[in-house]
Design a protein around this ligand. Structure first.
Ligand SMILES: [Zn+2]
Length: 397
């Protein structure tokens, strides 16, 4: 993601905060509308209807009218997308936005001259109603920026991210399929046996975070001290999330470049989160053992990795049913509920195959993808897969 550090002047910052406020206000209105909705009633207003209501509200309230209509409309659009993600099962239900947390807004219909370079390390972006704001030109800005998003993190830093769908990475054309299992102890396991670890905080940073959290507990409510400690905590967390984002970019590019087909579990993160609460059970996964790990799974940015893969390898990402991927032996195909010796080890009691449990799952995912690919496109890409044992993992249409 091309994300750049914005350097607004204090006056510009006030303008940006106003945009954030309007975006938050409109978003929260949309949340409220959808919360009031009860089953059996006429459906809650969709994006088009909400845009009409926004026009009326702008006519009625001067303070809303003074804001940017793009900012306000895009907040509705973001909300519509969030609801679609929620109904799609990949995300949680959108909720209230609070001041100071995850603030931001989106600008669309960006014109060619709205982003320009001033010097080697300095660029400028034109923000409606605020003007030209400088940013650190830390890497090449994509051509033909169509939209961008301005965000303020909890540490108070402003960023601008220019939206340009990355150019697809060319497939190597060797017919290789890789299965990727999202792990917990490791962040991703490949069917090739590789383990990819998402970077987190270093030990010293973790210790510092623990110290800061203790300080926060002691700091009095509303004190300056508390605000300082909170900002310090936010900086540590921002560093961690920057590292994760970097990791996702590197891994997704690497996989797209090395393999023709990348297979992942069609495991909806939202559905998994619910399964821990006991409403949906994803077959083959040990729900109880995962309960405490849920947060780390979400933190590992699995959904983010899959999205980037789909951007970079369009049409080459295959999602397969997660059924039994963790219990099935990838060597002989038998499903053995007791084969999992621990969270980390898989040992087949039938054929003796032993491997890291996540790698075993990744191999099953690759096998299943081989079926999808060969059913869809014939043996062209599926060549090597046919030498692997055949399983009937496939539930994908
Ligand atoms: Zn076996």
């Amino acid at each position: 993601m091309s994300r750049y550090r914005l350097q607004p002047s204090p006056a510009q910052e006030a303008g940006l905060l106003e945009h954030c406020g309007h975006a938050r206000y409109v978003w929260n209105l949309a949340v409220e509308q959808h919360m009031l909705w009860k089953p059996g009633r006429r459906s809650a207003p969709g994006f088009a209807e909400q845009c009409r209501q926004l026009t009326e509200a702008r006519a009625a309230f001067a303070w809303l009218r003074t804001g940017s209509i793009i900012v306000q409309q895009q907040a509705l659009k973001d909300f519509a997308q969030a609801m679609a993600n929620y109904f799609g099962g990949t995300h949680r239900r959108p909720t209230w936005r609070k001041r100071g947390r995850g603030e931001g807004f989106r600008i669309v219909a960006v014109k060619a001259g709205d982003v320009r370079r001033l010097s080697r390390h300095v660029g400028e972006v034109k923000v409606p109603k605020v003007g030209w704001i400088r940013f650190r030109w830390s890497r090449a800005v994509p051509d033909e920026v169509k939209s961008y998003r301005v965000t303020r993190d909890r540490a108070g830093r402003w960023h601008v991210a220019f939206a340009a769908i990355p150019d697809p990475v060319p497939a190597p054309g060797l017919g290789e399929v890789v299965g990727v299992d999202r792990g917990v102890a490791v962040s991703a396991a490949l069917s090739s046996g590789e383990m990819l670890h998402a970077p987190g905080l270093r030990e010293a940073e973790k210790a510092r975070l623990r110290r800061l959290l203790r300080k926060l507990a002691r700091a009095g409510r509303g004190s300056n001290r508390r605000a300082e400690v909170k900002a310090a905590i936010a900086r540590v967390k921002a560093r961690e999330s920057d590292r994760r984002k970097d990791w996702v970019e590197k891994v997704s590019t690497g996989l797209a470049r090395r393999f023709d087909v990348v297979a992942v579990e069609d495991l909806k993160i939202g559905a998994m989160a619910r399964s821990v609460r006991g409403t949906v059970e994803v077959p083959g996964r040990n729900v109880r053992a995962k309960a405490g790990l849920n947060r780390s799974i979400l933190a590992a940015g699995w959904g983010c990795l899959v999205r980037r893969l789909e951007d970079k390898a369009p049409g080459r990402v295959v999602k397969v049913s997660p059924a039994y991927t963790s219990q099935r032996c990838s060597a002989c195909g038998i499903v053995d509920r007791q084969a999992r010796e621990s969270q980390a080890r898989y040992r087949c009691r039938s054929c003796g195959y032993a491997a890291n449990a996540d790698v075993n799952a990744a191999r099953n995912i690759a096998h299943a993808a081989g079926h999808v690919v060969s059913a869809r496109e014939g043996p062209r890409v599926a060549g090597p897969v046919h030498r692997e044992p055949q399983h009937d993992l496939l539930l994908v249409g």
